[in-house]
Design a protein around this ligand. Sequence first.
Ligand code: HEC
Length: 165
Amino acid sequence: MRNYLGKLILALILAIVLAWQLLPSAALAIDVAEDIRTVQLNAEGDTYVLSNEQLEQGKLVFVDTCSQCHLGGRTKTNPNVTLSLRDLRGAEPSRDNLLAMADYLQQPTTYDGELDLSELHPNTMRADLYPEMRNLTVDDLKAVSGYILAQPKLRSTWGLGKAYD
Ligand code: HEC
């Protein structure tokens, strides 16, 4: 009987050690290849490799504060200005890179770059109008921008019409 108990305790200890080692990878919901996490950093064409943690953080921000208008990369009230790379690239200035998109989330402008949209699009400069943006740091803005830029590599229908869902 004592022998049996000893084995049981040993097995328990082993199970705990094993679970402990597996824990870090299990806790991280996103684990994608480096080429998917590589996005354009700036207009000069430099690239940036997001960490899996940044991608995860970006997803949380997107689901919390963007997806009610930008589900699947579309734009609810303006279907012509989506979050597809093509539309982002066509904006003035182009928003198809991490820093330009993070900038948009601080000071949004119209697609042609002519007018200020800070009273119409969520941004951190007017956190008085957009309380949901108040707690977002510049790192959060970079993470959500990176998440958006990585999506076309994960979903070929990103930014396309509802029929593609
Ligand atoms: C209340 C709805 C709403 C929410 C919430 C919202 N957006 Fe938007 N977004 C829009 C609309 C509408 C446009 C198109 C603006 C225009 O007419 O130029 C837009 C445009 C954009 C653009 C420019 C797209 C392009 O092709 O140039 C980016 C980038 C963007 N949103 C990112 C975000 C992110 C990131 C979040 C979350 C932090 C967010 N938006 C939250 C409605 C929203």
